[in-house]
Design a protein around this ligand. Structure first.
Ligand code: ARG
Length: 586
């Protein structure tokens, strides 16, 4: 299956051969193939200009010579018409038959997938996303890591990588002392049964407040922590119970968001592996004592020459940095990861930069091959006032409540649009539209920017939203309901080449699908894919409004049905990569 980058490669080969044929100095010539300005063509060879500059000759004459040679090459003349623009850009305008043949090859979901799966075929990637601290509710801020991480996992898999989804939960450390103290003294057993995460969160806050007010409570909390860290049976049993409840509570939300992890290897999993980290980093001369703590400096770095990466605190305890170093080692040794991706907010930028620098040196000194590391970071979700979004009471909004509200709001909208749909279908549509809308609001904005959360905007049927795209997909489904299935056979042999501008624009857009995945995965920015899907839907609307699909002429009808089919395939595949399910009707 051919992709734009394959075609670009072919054009490059032809251009190099043409340069030789035209008697250019091939050492000094490079083709420089790029996408063209759509007004003039599909692809462009830009090499004539720099060549002419180097050899101090006329670029337009060089371009003319190249075009003459290219036009005598069958591999070019059968697929494109050439023209020269400006001082010597050579534009390739692909012929309609070429587009049709190209599109014909993408006859199933599988064809798109096969083509994409070349991109990351040799990668083994551990994606660490979600990763909340346990014994707490997830709030609205947690959604970004979950939906961005899940989209990245799906994209990587589609592009051929082997993906491990790891939820690196924060399930160890200081908060447990306070939580356990309060659990033993102030537990409301009934509340724990009905709303485990809510009750655990209440207990932690209570323990923390009491410890702040009273020195003796603080001491008891410390003792709780010491007992836990010493592995005392009773403490460990309580810790296990708290974790079970936490994971149960988290899973409810993950289920709603259609996210399933392969592993929950949280901070506690690495607690016995930290001693080896201290030893290795000291042995290879990276870690040093500073004010009683064990730290790593990076003298070559402007900031990290002074700002220490603390890997053991002065009280002897391990910390976030220690477990993350142990985690890196484990992902390398156990999962044989070629790449590790961690998805968190941008406040952890320094931590992960220091982690990456430290790992690079550590692995190099110990002769290990370091996985590529990507910290995929994101900004905040703000309210209308531009400040981080809060509930009316001033507390962070619970993620569970947010999802429920989205579904309720979607229900009201869908019911109004389709009062005669059966109740269970309405509920199903509302669930999909509600959840998709929150996910898509996140995935359609550049992750490094903050964005403003607005119900009206994210549930709108116009603009770059989930409802708009879902509606576009369901509209194509409805076209197929009107077509007699016998007409759907042998489309490829019946189809005549494209004629209208709208057909050509849509065909081009569909063929950009794999290219769009490629930039998305290279930049790890899902909004690149959503922008593409939005443009694809726009091209489809443009086509559908101007070109009737059910027409008399069999060749015209067949090619237009092909366009509908391929649009739907690309749209559904793209949405599912963003974690969004499509609907037959809505
Ligand atoms: N638990 C952390 C937090 O809530 C995020 C963990 C991210 N993963 C990691 N390997 N550090 O901020």
């Amino acid at each position: 299956m051919e992709e734009w980058f394959d075609v670009a490669k072919r054009i490059e080969t032809s251009a190099l051969a043409a340069a030789q044929q035209a008697g250019l100095d091939t050492e000094a010539f490079s083709a420089d193939v790029r996408p063209a300005d759509p007004r003039f063509g599909d692809m462009q060879v830009n090499g004539a200009l720099p060549y002419a500059k180097r050899l101090k000759t006329n670029p337009r004459e060089i371009a003319q010579k190249l075009v003459a040679a290219l036009e005598s090459d069958d591999a070019v003349s059968t697929v494109a018409d050439l023209s020269i623009a400006g001082p010597g850009f050579i534009n390739f305008r692909f012929k309609p038959e070429f587009f049709l043949n190209w599109l014909n090859a993408f006859s199933s979901e599988d064809a798109f997938r096969k083509s994409a799966s070349r991109l990351y075929a040799c990668e083994r990637v551990v994606v660490d996303y979600g990763s909340p601290n346990t014994a707490k509710q997830m709030h609205v801020g947690h959604i970004r890591s979950i939906v961005i991480g899940e989209a990245i996992c799906r994209l990587l898999e589609y592009c051929g990588a082997e993906v491990t989804r790891d939820n690196h939960i924060g399930d160890w450390g200081t908060p447990y002392g306070k939580l356990f103290y309060a659990y033993k003294v102030h537990l409301d057993a009934e509340a724990l049964k009905n709303d485990p995460l809510g009750e655990l969160e209440r207990l932690y806050k209570l323990g923390s407040n009491l410890a702040n007010e009273d020195e003796s409570v603080l001491e008891e909390c410390r003792q709780e922590l010491v007992q836990l860290q010493a592995g005392e049976t009773e403490s460990i049993a309580l810790w296990k119970r708290v974790n079970e409840l936490s994971i149960q509570g988290l899973t409810e939300v993950y289920d709603q968001l259609d996210v399933t992890y392969d592993y929950y290897l949280g901070e506690s999993f690495y607690r016995d592996q930290v001693a080896a980290v201290y030893r290795e980093l000291e042995d290879c001369g990276l870690a040093e004592e500073s004010k009683g703590a064990l730290v790593v400096f990076h003298p070559e770095h402007k900031r990290y020459a002074e700002q220490p990466f603390i890997i053991r605190k002065s009280d002897g305890a391990s910390n976030y940095a220690t477990t993350d170093l142990a985690t890196m080692l484990y992902r390398h040794e156990h999962f044989k990861a070629t790449r590790v991706i961690v998805v968190t907010d941008d406040r952890q930028k320094d931590h992960f930069e220091q982690l990456d620098l430290t790992t690079a040196k550590w692995f190099e000194k110990t002769g290990r091959k370091r996985p590529i590391f990507n910290h995929v970071m994101f900004g905040k979700i703000n309210g209308d006032d531009g400040k981080p979004i809060k509930s009316r009471s001033g507390d962070p909004i619970r993620l569970k409540a947010l999802i429920n509200e989205a579904v309720e709001r979607a229900y009201a909208i869908v019911k109004e649009k389709n009062p005669d749909f059966p109740e269970d279908e309405l509920e199903n549509i509302a669930q999909t539209v509600g959840v998709s809308s929150i996910k898509y609001a996140d995935l359609s904005t550049n992750r490094t920017s903050d964005y403003i959360f607005s119900w009206d905007k994210l549930l709108a049927f116009e603009g770059n939203t989930a409802p708009y795209l879902l509606y576009a997909a369901s509209r194509i489904q409805s076209i197929f309901r009107k077509i007699d299935p016998t007409e759907l056979t042998d489309l490829e042999s019946k189809a005549s080449p494209f004629e209208t501008d709208e057909e050509m624009t849509l065909a081009r857009k569909i063929l950009e699908f794999v290219g769009a995945l490629q930039v998305t995965i290279e930049t790890l920015r899902p909004h690149m894919l959503s922008t593409y899907l939005y443009e694809l839907s726009g091209a489809f609307s443009g086509f559908y409004n101007a070109n009737k699909v059910i027409v008399e002429d069999p060749g015209q009808k067949a090619r237009r049905i092909i366009l509908c089919q391929r649009t739907l395939l690309a749209l559904e595949a793209g949405l599912s990569l963003l974690g969004i399910k499509t609907l037959k009707r809505m």
